[in-house]
Write a protein that binds this ligand. Structure first.
Ligand SMILES: Cc1cc2nc3c(=O)[nH]c(=O)nc-3n(C[C@H](O)[C@H](O)[C@H](O)COP(=O)(O)OP(=O)(O)OC[C@H]3O[C@@H](n4cnc5c(N)ncnc54)[C@H](O)[C@@H]3O)c2cc1C
Length: 379
């Protein structure tokens, strides 16, 4: 396994008290479906959002591996899974593509505020008729008088209700072609953009999600990230970062869950002995341990490959499957081990099940990850 340096450990240690603070009142916020601006301010005051951005733009200039290591610490210490999801969505949706593909002008105008969290970012890829099949998107971008004129609508935009900027993926060429997509940064107050009402959802309820509607929304061509027609490249890069960053948070959450379940299995007495002394309960805890360690290894191995500039497509898809499905199976195992208490909201375990289910859908469903791996196997 990776040997982390003292500096990396220090960065990770620093996030633990923040996670504890962000956890306060999370069950009530979950019940209300509330994103907390006050807690976002705390996130801003920490170094979390600055991690992967170049120092030139106010970031810490940390590499992918260090960023993941710190985010795992966030997952371990923060019980508000929705807020953690908002943090990673913000980081990967806007800062990551701007830094990798943005022009100097675009970086100068937006990156310092994005990496400080002064403006919140979101990305809009999915559409009502094009989810897994994103290349068949219907939202169009027409080049006209130095502008991209957007028409159509986007669904399931995480951070949508609170975001100040959106990276929107639109069709600017042949439908179904990877060369027909363009990524463009759209400011919330741009005429022609309407942000829908927050949609009520099953889990990750402290993170908002909305639709976006574009009606002749004129965006300067300078806001295109990369080149017109290169949006699929941007999307592919962003999705890899999204999988690694979102799901390493889940690994931290799984580790915390394992420790909590282990403690409970040792202390809860039934039939005059600890429940952990029953083989079936012990096996469940062992499976949780194997699941979290397998997911962690897969994620960091995929990240190492990506950092080395190698093709990590299958590795990222495998890591996504292991981490998302592992997060769900361990969340269910925790509820089962806590029995009736696990089913009660106040224990914060049923919430994990609801949150974890989302991870098998966003960033490409489990079916799509398996389809991708099968294709790479020549099936
Ligand atoms: C909590 C949450 C947050 C999200 N955040 C964002 C966001 O910030 N931005 C954004 O753009 N989108 C976001 N999404 C949308 C998400 O990316 C899509 O829901 C996802 O890509 C699936 O698309 P769909 O919902 O249209 O389902 P569909 O594509 O209609 O799929 C329906 C079912 O069919 C299966 N299926 C489809 N095609 C295939 C195939 N080829 N092979 C096998 N099975 C297939 C799927 O696996 C699924 O089970 C979010 C979703 C959720 C739940």
């Amino acid at each position: 396994m990776i040997q982390w340096s003292d500096d990396q450990r220090e960065l990770r240690e620093a996030v633990l008290p923040l996670g504890a603070r962000l956890s306060e009142g999370h069950l009530e916020r979950d019940a209300r479906g509330e994103f907390s601006r006050e807690l976002w301010k705390l996130v801003q005051d920490s170094d979390l959002l600055r991690l992967p951005t170049d120092e030139k733009w106010g970031g810490l200039g940390q590499d992918l591996l260090t960023t993941l290591y710190v985010l795992e610490g966030l997952g371990y210490s923060c019980r508000d899974g929705g807020l953690s999801f908002s943090v990673t969505t913000h980081m990967v949706s806007t800062g990551v593509p701007l830094q990798r593909f943005g022009s100097e002008d675009l970086k100068r105008r937006f990156l310092p505020a994005v990496c400080a969290g002064d403006v919140i970012g979101a990305h809009a890829i999915s559409e009502p008729e094009a989810g897994s099949d994103m290349l068949n998107m219907r939202t169009t971008g027409r080049v006209e008088d130095g502008h991209l004129v957007l028409n159509g609508n986007k669904s399931f935009v995480s951070n949508g209700a609170v975001a100040d900027v959106f990276v929107v993926y639109v069709s600017t060429g042949a439908q179904g072609s990877p060369f027909g997509v363009t990524a463009v940064l759209v400011e919330r107050d741009t005429p022609g953009l309407t942000v829908g009402k927050p949609m009520s959802k099953m889990g990750l309820r402290t993170s908002t999600l909305t639709e976006l509607f574009f009606d002749d929304c004129r965006v300067p061509l300078e806001n295109v990230i990369g080149r017109t027609g290169s949006g699929f490249l941007v999307f592919d890069h962003v999705m890899k970062w999204e999988v690694l960053c979102s799901f390493v948070v889940n690994v931290g959450e799984m580790q915390h869950r394992l420790e909590r379940v282990l403690e409970y299995a040792k202390s809860r007495q039934q039939f005059g002995r600890s429940i952990g002394s029953f083989q079936s309960v012990a096996n469940r805890v062992v499976d949780m341990r194997i699941t979290v360690e397998t997911a962690r290894r897969a994620l960091y191995e995929a990240a190492l490959k990506m950092a080395a500039g190698e093709d990590a497509t299958v590795d990222v898809a495998t890591a996504k499957l292991l981490a998302s499905e592992g997060n769900l199976s361990t969340a269910i195992a925790a509820v089962q081990t806590f029995g009736g208490y696990g089913y009660m909201t106040e224990y914060g375990l049923e919430q994990d099940v609801r949150n974890a289910l989302a991870g098998t859908i966003y960033s490409g469903t489990s079916d799509i990850q398996r389809t991708r791996i099968a294709a790479m196997m020549g099936l």
